[in-house]
Design a binder for this molecule. Structure first.
Ligand SMILES: Cc1ncc(COP(=O)(O)O)c(C=O)c1O
Length: 371
Protein backbone atom coordinates (compact mmCIF):
# COMPACT_ATOMS: atom_id res chain seq x y z
CA UNK A 1 0.00 0.00 0.00
CA UNK A 2 1.35 3.42 -0.92
CA UNK A 3 1.95 5.84 1.93
CA UNK A 4 -0.45 8.40 0.58
CA UNK A 5 -3.38 5.99 0.35
CA UNK A 6 -5.77 8.18 2.21
CA UNK A 7 -8.98 8.82 4.04
CA UNK A 8 -11.13 11.99 4.07
CA UNK A 9 -9.18 15.22 4.50
CA UNK A 10 -9.62 17.47 7.48
CA UNK A 11 -7.58 20.20 9.15
CA UNK A 12 -4.93 19.47 11.75
CA UNK A 13 -6.76 21.91 14.02
CA UNK A 14 -9.71 19.52 14.10
CA UNK A 15 -7.69 16.72 15.71
CA UNK A 16 -8.12 16.10 19.40
CA UNK A 17 -4.77 16.51 21.14
CA UNK A 18 -2.38 15.17 22.23
CA UNK A 19 -1.89 13.14 19.07
CA UNK A 20 1.11 12.03 16.98
CA UNK A 21 1.21 13.56 13.51
CA UNK A 22 3.62 12.68 10.73
CA UNK A 23 4.68 15.09 8.00
CA UNK A 24 4.24 12.86 4.93
CA UNK A 25 6.82 14.72 2.82
CA UNK A 26 9.47 14.37 5.52
CA UNK A 27 8.64 10.70 6.01
CA UNK A 28 8.98 10.04 2.27
CA UNK A 29 12.25 11.93 2.14
CA UNK A 30 13.66 10.01 5.14
CA UNK A 31 12.68 6.67 3.58
CA UNK A 32 14.20 7.66 0.24
CA UNK A 33 17.39 8.99 1.80
CA UNK A 34 18.23 5.79 3.66
CA UNK A 35 17.27 3.57 0.71
CA UNK A 36 19.61 5.61 -1.51
CA UNK A 37 22.47 5.50 1.01
CA UNK A 38 22.18 1.71 1.35
CA UNK A 39 22.04 1.25 -2.43
CA UNK A 40 25.02 3.57 -2.96
CA UNK A 41 27.21 1.50 -0.65
CA UNK A 42 25.85 -1.91 -1.61
CA UNK A 43 24.34 -2.57 1.81
CA UNK A 44 21.33 -4.78 2.32
CA UNK A 45 18.90 -2.52 4.19
CA UNK A 46 16.97 -4.35 6.91
CA UNK A 47 15.20 -1.53 8.76
CA UNK A 48 14.17 -2.04 12.37
CA UNK A 49 10.37 -1.78 12.62
CA UNK A 50 10.34 -0.94 16.34
CA UNK A 51 10.10 2.76 15.45
CA UNK A 52 6.94 2.69 13.31
CA UNK A 53 5.42 -0.72 14.15
CA UNK A 54 3.34 -0.29 11.00
CA UNK A 55 3.04 -2.81 8.14
CA UNK A 56 2.13 0.07 5.84
CA UNK A 57 5.45 1.85 6.37
CA UNK A 58 7.27 -1.49 6.30
CA UNK A 59 5.73 -2.22 2.90
CA UNK A 60 7.00 1.12 1.66
CA UNK A 61 10.51 0.36 2.96
CA UNK A 62 10.40 -2.94 1.06
CA UNK A 63 9.10 -1.25 -2.07
CA UNK A 64 12.08 1.08 -1.89
CA UNK A 65 14.48 -1.85 -1.85
CA UNK A 66 14.80 -3.11 1.73
CA UNK A 67 16.00 -6.72 1.74
CA UNK A 68 13.96 -7.64 4.81
CA UNK A 69 12.89 -6.29 8.18
CA UNK A 70 14.26 -6.35 11.71
CA UNK A 71 11.97 -6.98 14.68
CA UNK A 72 12.37 -7.08 18.45
CA UNK A 73 9.22 -8.91 19.57
CA UNK A 74 7.05 -11.84 18.47
CA UNK A 75 4.20 -9.37 17.93
CA UNK A 76 6.33 -7.39 15.47
CA UNK A 77 7.27 -10.61 13.65
CA UNK A 78 3.66 -11.72 13.39
CA UNK A 79 2.43 -8.38 12.08
CA UNK A 80 5.32 -7.93 9.65
CA UNK A 81 4.99 -11.46 8.27
CA UNK A 82 1.93 -10.12 6.43
CA UNK A 83 4.11 -7.83 4.31
CA UNK A 84 7.64 -9.31 4.36
CA UNK A 85 9.10 -12.71 3.55
CA UNK A 86 12.42 -12.18 5.29
CA UNK A 87 12.43 -11.32 9.00
CA UNK A 88 15.16 -10.98 11.59
CA UNK A 89 14.46 -11.19 15.31
CA UNK A 90 17.28 -9.07 16.72
CA UNK A 91 16.57 -10.17 20.24
CA UNK A 92 17.48 -13.38 22.13
CA UNK A 93 14.52 -15.77 21.58
CA UNK A 94 14.23 -17.36 25.01
CA UNK A 95 11.38 -19.41 26.48
CA UNK A 96 8.80 -21.84 25.13
CA UNK A 97 6.07 -19.21 24.75
CA UNK A 98 8.12 -16.93 22.51
CA UNK A 99 9.62 -19.82 20.57
CA UNK A 100 6.16 -21.25 19.98
CA UNK A 101 5.08 -17.98 18.38
CA UNK A 102 8.22 -17.86 16.24
CA UNK A 103 7.70 -21.38 14.96
CA UNK A 104 4.06 -20.53 14.13
CA UNK A 105 5.03 -17.80 11.68
CA UNK A 106 3.89 -18.58 8.12
CA UNK A 107 6.01 -21.39 6.66
CA UNK A 108 7.10 -19.15 3.78
CA UNK A 109 8.67 -16.61 6.18
CA UNK A 110 12.45 -16.78 6.13
CA UNK A 111 13.25 -16.38 9.84
CA UNK A 112 16.62 -15.45 11.31
CA UNK A 113 17.35 -14.89 14.99
CA UNK A 114 20.26 -13.22 16.76
CA UNK A 115 21.66 -14.94 19.84
CA UNK A 116 24.72 -15.00 22.06
CA UNK A 117 24.69 -18.22 24.11
CA UNK A 118 24.90 -22.00 23.65
CA UNK A 119 21.74 -22.32 25.80
CA UNK A 120 19.82 -20.25 23.28
CA UNK A 121 21.19 -22.30 20.37
CA UNK A 122 19.93 -25.44 22.07
CA UNK A 123 16.47 -23.95 22.78
CA UNK A 124 16.00 -22.56 19.27
CA UNK A 125 17.46 -25.72 17.73
CA UNK A 126 15.03 -27.94 19.62
CA UNK A 127 12.03 -25.76 18.71
CA UNK A 128 13.11 -25.62 15.06
CA UNK A 129 13.54 -29.37 14.87
CA UNK A 130 10.14 -29.96 16.44
CA UNK A 131 8.55 -27.54 13.97
CA UNK A 132 10.65 -28.91 11.11
CA UNK A 133 11.59 -25.36 10.23
CA UNK A 134 14.90 -23.89 9.09
CA UNK A 135 15.96 -20.95 11.24
CA UNK A 136 18.87 -18.72 10.31
CA UNK A 137 21.13 -17.61 13.14
CA UNK A 138 23.30 -14.53 13.52
CA UNK A 139 25.93 -14.81 16.22
CA UNK A 140 25.66 -11.56 18.19
CA UNK A 141 28.93 -9.75 18.95
CA UNK A 142 29.44 -7.14 21.66
CA UNK A 143 31.48 -4.45 19.92
CA UNK A 144 31.13 -1.84 22.64
CA UNK A 145 27.43 -1.51 23.46
CA UNK A 146 27.80 -3.92 26.42
CA UNK A 147 24.18 -5.01 26.28
CA UNK A 148 24.19 -8.44 24.64
CA UNK A 149 26.76 -10.24 22.50
CA UNK A 150 29.66 -12.64 22.94
CA UNK A 151 32.74 -11.09 24.50
CA UNK A 152 35.61 -13.03 22.93
CA UNK A 153 36.58 -14.30 19.49
CA UNK A 154 36.76 -17.88 20.81
CA UNK A 155 33.14 -17.60 21.98
CA UNK A 156 32.03 -16.34 18.57
CA UNK A 157 33.83 -19.21 16.85
CA UNK A 158 32.44 -21.81 19.27
CA UNK A 159 28.89 -20.50 18.91
CA UNK A 160 29.06 -20.31 15.11
CA UNK A 161 30.36 -23.90 15.00
CA UNK A 162 27.59 -25.07 17.33
CA UNK A 163 24.97 -23.50 15.06
CA UNK A 164 26.56 -24.90 11.90
CA UNK A 165 26.43 -28.41 13.35
CA UNK A 166 22.80 -28.17 14.39
CA UNK A 167 20.40 -28.31 11.46
CA UNK A 168 17.73 -27.16 10.87
CA UNK A 169 19.57 -24.15 12.28
CA UNK A 170 21.54 -22.35 9.59
CA UNK A 171 24.62 -20.29 10.41
CA UNK A 172 23.70 -17.08 8.58
CA UNK A 173 26.25 -14.57 9.83
CA UNK A 174 27.17 -12.22 12.65
CA UNK A 175 25.50 -9.14 14.03
CA UNK A 176 26.31 -6.22 16.29
CA UNK A 177 24.50 -3.07 17.37
CA UNK A 178 26.59 0.11 17.63
CA UNK A 179 24.13 1.77 20.02
CA UNK A 180 27.00 3.02 22.21
CA UNK A 181 28.15 5.41 19.45
CA UNK A 182 26.16 8.54 20.18
CA UNK A 183 28.73 11.24 19.53
CA UNK A 184 27.76 13.81 16.95
CA UNK A 185 28.14 12.38 13.45
CA UNK A 186 31.25 14.46 12.69
CA UNK A 187 32.99 13.16 15.83
CA UNK A 188 32.31 9.45 15.39
CA UNK A 189 35.58 8.71 13.55
CA UNK A 190 37.61 7.28 16.48
CA UNK A 191 34.70 5.18 17.80
CA UNK A 192 34.00 3.79 14.32
CA UNK A 193 37.68 3.01 13.82
CA UNK A 194 37.77 1.09 17.13
CA UNK A 195 34.63 -0.77 16.17
CA UNK A 196 36.04 -1.56 12.72
CA UNK A 197 39.26 -2.92 14.21
CA UNK A 198 37.38 -5.13 16.69
CA UNK A 199 35.07 -6.39 13.94
CA UNK A 200 38.01 -7.13 11.64
CA UNK A 201 39.64 -9.30 14.33
CA UNK A 202 36.44 -11.34 14.73
CA UNK A 203 35.91 -11.71 10.98
CA UNK A 204 39.50 -12.86 10.49
CA UNK A 205 39.16 -15.40 13.30
CA UNK A 206 35.94 -16.78 11.85
CA UNK A 207 37.54 -17.11 8.40
CA UNK A 208 40.51 -18.97 9.89
CA UNK A 209 38.06 -21.34 11.60
CA UNK A 210 36.26 -21.95 8.30
CA UNK A 211 33.20 -20.09 9.53
CA UNK A 212 32.81 -17.33 6.96
CA UNK A 213 29.76 -15.19 7.85
CA UNK A 214 27.68 -14.52 4.74
CA UNK A 215 26.05 -11.57 6.49
CA UNK A 216 27.69 -8.99 8.76
CA UNK A 217 24.75 -7.02 10.14
CA UNK A 218 25.18 -3.70 11.93
CA UNK A 219 23.93 -0.17 11.84
CA UNK A 220 21.89 2.27 13.86
CA UNK A 221 20.43 5.66 13.06
CA UNK A 222 23.16 7.75 14.79
CA UNK A 223 25.87 5.89 12.82
CA UNK A 224 23.76 5.35 9.71
CA UNK A 225 25.56 7.74 7.41
CA UNK A 226 29.05 6.48 8.29
CA UNK A 227 28.57 2.69 8.29
CA UNK A 228 30.45 2.43 4.98
CA UNK A 229 33.57 3.35 6.96
CA UNK A 230 33.38 0.01 8.81
CA UNK A 231 34.91 -2.66 6.54
CA UNK A 232 33.08 -5.96 6.32
CA UNK A 233 29.55 -4.75 7.06
CA UNK A 234 27.06 -6.10 4.51
CA UNK A 235 23.71 -5.21 6.10
CA UNK A 236 22.40 -2.20 8.06
CA UNK A 237 19.43 -2.00 10.43
CA UNK A 238 18.51 1.62 11.21
CA UNK A 239 15.04 2.14 12.63
CA UNK A 240 14.62 5.64 14.04
CA UNK A 241 15.48 7.31 10.72
CA UNK A 242 11.90 6.98 9.40
CA UNK A 243 10.67 9.66 11.79
CA UNK A 244 13.86 10.94 13.48
CA UNK A 245 13.63 12.81 16.78
CA UNK A 246 15.26 15.46 18.93
CA UNK A 247 18.10 13.13 19.89
CA UNK A 248 18.84 12.23 16.27
CA UNK A 249 18.88 15.92 15.32
CA UNK A 250 21.09 16.80 18.31
CA UNK A 251 23.61 14.16 17.19
CA UNK A 252 23.53 15.56 13.66
CA UNK A 253 22.26 12.34 12.07
CA UNK A 254 19.37 14.39 10.70
CA UNK A 255 18.44 18.05 10.51
CA UNK A 256 15.60 19.60 12.49
CA UNK A 257 13.63 19.72 9.21
CA UNK A 258 13.95 15.91 8.93
CA UNK A 259 11.95 15.34 12.13
CA UNK A 260 8.80 13.84 10.64
CA UNK A 261 6.81 12.89 13.72
CA UNK A 262 5.66 15.44 16.26
CA UNK A 263 3.16 15.32 19.06
CA UNK A 264 0.45 17.84 18.33
CA UNK A 265 -0.57 19.44 21.63
CA UNK A 266 -2.74 22.32 22.84
CA UNK A 267 -1.78 25.14 25.20
CA UNK A 268 -4.14 24.73 28.17
CA UNK A 269 -2.73 27.19 30.72
CA UNK A 270 -0.57 30.30 30.82
CA UNK A 271 -1.48 31.23 34.37
CA UNK A 272 1.97 30.75 35.88
CA UNK A 273 4.47 33.43 34.74
CA UNK A 274 7.37 32.31 32.54
CA UNK A 275 5.73 29.10 31.36
CA UNK A 276 2.88 27.61 29.37
CA UNK A 277 1.23 24.26 29.93
CA UNK A 278 0.34 21.86 27.10
CA UNK A 279 -1.83 18.76 27.22
CA UNK A 280 1.10 16.43 26.46
CA UNK A 281 2.78 14.95 29.52
CA UNK A 282 4.56 11.70 30.21
CA UNK A 283 1.68 9.67 28.77
CA UNK A 284 2.13 11.38 25.41
CA UNK A 285 5.87 12.07 25.29
CA UNK A 286 7.47 9.44 27.51
CA UNK A 287 10.17 10.52 29.96
CA UNK A 288 13.22 9.98 27.82
CA UNK A 289 16.29 12.19 28.07
CA UNK A 290 18.18 13.42 25.03
CA UNK A 291 20.69 10.59 24.68
CA UNK A 292 24.32 11.24 23.85
CA UNK A 293 24.00 14.96 23.15
CA UNK A 294 23.14 18.19 24.91
CA UNK A 295 19.46 19.02 25.37
CA UNK A 296 17.41 19.77 28.45
CA UNK A 297 13.85 18.60 28.98
CA UNK A 298 11.65 16.04 27.30
CA UNK A 299 11.03 17.46 23.84
CA UNK A 300 11.15 20.82 22.03
CA UNK A 301 8.73 22.73 19.83
CA UNK A 302 9.12 22.19 16.10
CA UNK A 303 8.48 25.86 15.31
CA UNK A 304 10.31 27.20 18.40
CA UNK A 305 13.20 24.80 19.06
CA UNK A 306 14.40 27.08 21.86
CA UNK A 307 11.30 26.10 23.85
CA UNK A 308 11.65 22.79 25.67
CA UNK A 309 9.21 20.73 27.68
CA UNK A 310 10.98 21.37 30.97
CA UNK A 311 8.77 19.38 33.35
CA UNK A 312 5.90 16.96 33.05
CA UNK A 313 3.05 15.36 34.94
CA UNK A 314 1.12 12.54 33.37
CA UNK A 315 -1.11 14.85 31.29
CA UNK A 316 0.70 18.20 31.65
CA UNK A 317 3.82 19.38 29.84
CA UNK A 318 5.38 22.58 31.15
CA UNK A 319 7.03 24.71 28.48
CA UNK A 320 9.85 26.94 29.68
CA UNK A 321 9.43 30.36 28.05
CA UNK A 322 12.67 31.73 29.54
CA UNK A 323 14.61 31.74 26.24
CA UNK A 324 11.92 32.87 23.80
CA UNK A 325 9.96 35.92 22.74
CA UNK A 326 7.10 33.67 21.69
CA UNK A 327 4.02 34.19 23.86
CA UNK A 328 1.45 31.41 23.41
CA UNK A 329 -2.30 31.86 23.61
CA UNK A 330 -4.70 29.51 25.35
CA UNK A 331 -5.97 27.01 22.78
CA UNK A 332 -2.98 27.48 20.46
CA UNK A 333 -1.67 24.24 18.98
CA UNK A 334 2.04 23.38 19.06
CA UNK A 335 4.04 20.48 17.67
CA UNK A 336 6.53 18.83 20.01
CA UNK A 337 9.55 16.97 18.62
CA UNK A 338 9.99 14.16 21.15
CA UNK A 339 13.38 13.16 22.53
CA UNK A 340 12.85 9.50 21.59
CA UNK A 341 10.24 8.93 18.92
CA UNK A 342 9.98 5.12 19.25
CA UNK A 343 8.56 5.44 22.75
CA UNK A 344 5.97 7.98 21.60
CA UNK A 345 4.76 5.77 18.77
CA UNK A 346 4.43 2.86 21.15
CA UNK A 347 2.16 4.96 23.40
CA UNK A 348 -0.41 5.43 20.62
CA UNK A 349 -2.96 3.32 18.73
CA UNK A 350 -3.07 5.57 15.66
CA UNK A 351 -0.74 7.98 13.89
CA UNK A 352 -2.01 10.74 11.57
CA UNK A 353 -0.29 11.65 8.30
CA UNK A 354 -0.38 15.37 7.49
CA UNK A 355 0.71 17.66 4.69
CA UNK A 356 0.77 21.34 5.54
CA UNK A 357 -2.30 22.01 7.67
CA UNK A 358 -4.29 19.11 6.26
CA UNK A 359 -4.73 15.63 7.65
CA UNK A 360 -4.33 13.29 4.70
CA UNK A 361 -4.41 9.85 6.22
CA UNK A 362 -3.94 7.78 9.34
CA UNK A 363 -2.69 4.33 10.18
CA UNK A 364 -2.75 2.03 13.18
CA UNK A 365 0.36 1.20 15.19
CA UNK A 366 -0.48 -2.41 14.53
CA UNK A 367 2.56 -4.08 16.08
CA UNK A 368 2.47 -2.24 19.41
CA UNK A 369 2.05 -4.24 22.59
CA UNK A 370 2.66 -7.92 23.19
CA UNK A 371 -0.69 -9.35 22.03
C1 LIG B 1 19.45 -4.65 17.64
C2 LIG B 1 19.05 -3.32 17.07
N1 LIG B 1 19.26 -3.09 15.78
C3 LIG B 1 18.90 -1.91 15.21
C4 LIG B 1 18.31 -0.89 15.96
C5 LIG B 1 17.93 0.42 15.30
O1 LIG B 1 18.71 1.48 15.77
P1 LIG B 1 18.20 2.98 15.77
O2 LIG B 1 17.10 3.08 16.79
O3 LIG B 1 19.38 3.79 16.15
O4 LIG B 1 17.72 3.29 14.42
C6 LIG B 1 18.10 -1.12 17.32
C7 LIG B 1 17.50 -0.07 18.17
O5 LIG B 1 17.21 -0.21 19.31
C8 LIG B 1 18.47 -2.35 17.90
O6 LIG B 1 18.29 -2.61 19.21
Amino acid sequence: MRLDAGSPRRKIGDLETPVPVVDMDRLASNLDGMASYAALHGFALRPHVKTHKSPRIAAEQLRLGAAGLTCATPRELEVMSDVAEDLLLAYPPIGAAKLGRLMSLPPATVLTVALDSPETVLQVGAAARLANREVGVYVELDLGMHRVGVQALEDAVALAALVRDRPPLRYAGVTFYPGHIRESVTEQGPALARLGADLARVLEGLELAGLHPDVVSGGSTPTAWRMHEVPGVTEVRPGTYVYNDRTTAAIGACSWEDCALTVLATVVSIAVPGQAVIDAGTKALGREPVRGAKGEGFGALLDHPEVAVARMSEEHGILDLGDTDWRPRIGEQVRVVPNHVCIVVHLNDVVYGVRGDMVETSWPVTARGRA
